[in-house]
Design a binder for this molecule. Sequence first.
Ligand SMILES: C[S@@+](CC[C@H](N)C(=O)[O-])C[C@H]1O[C@@H](n2cnc3c(N)ncnc32)[C@H](O)[C@@H]1O
Length: 217
Amino acid sequence: MKRKKERFKIIEERINVIEPTKPNYHQIKGKWSDEHFKNQNPITVELACGRGEYSVGLGRAFPGRNFIGVDIKGERIWKGSTLALEENLSNVAFLRTQILLIENFFSEAEIDEMWITFPDPRPRKRDIKRRLTGERFLDMYKKIVRPGGYIRLKTDNTKLFEFTLEEIQSRSDIHDLKFTSDLYQSDLRAECYDIKTRYEEEFTAKGETIKYLRFHF
Ligand SMILES: C[S@@+](CC[C@H](N)C(=O)[O-])C[C@H]1O[C@@H](n2cnc3c(N)ncnc32)[C@H](O)[C@@H]1O
């Protein structure tokens, strides 16, 4: 508990974390390029980023792009933001918010590409609305990700993966859908750069295959 509080305090002072105590928290929408990154490089967002393995890993590999990890848990964001600072990755930032409120932080088409990495599967029926790949979330992503910008999901969870495929396939506005239920045996593997998140490591150790899909609006 003490450590959690300390980490919250630390991220409040970090330049690479936008969180509720920051003066620009409610003004950053539409201004990530001009006011945060201070360049016009394309922005990739990682939702449910946890410790931000994709944001940091891709940030290292692609200095000409910007990356923003989004999660509600400050203690997890602390980890990714620490790594980004230690490695001088000025192209990596973190945003602490509920993803349900994501439209308050990004304007129309502000995002070039989106990753959703191992989101909570929310298996209970009453939690269907909270699944990050359900209809209302997809509708939001459609507004803030530019048309043609890929949305990519990685998960270990078969039920969430099937649910997501059903949601996507029931829509008429989805293009270029590709998917695999065994990423490391698939041609799609190269699209994921072999970056492994904390949850991915855990589930792989338990013998789960990694499921992956991507599409754009
Ligand atoms: C299973 S963890 C995956 C973390 C990381 N992507 C990984 O693969 O190791 C899911 C993450 O999503 C975050 N999360 C779940 N629902 C969220 C929501 N509605 N808004 C913001 N963050 C959320 C949790 O705090 C947690 O860090």
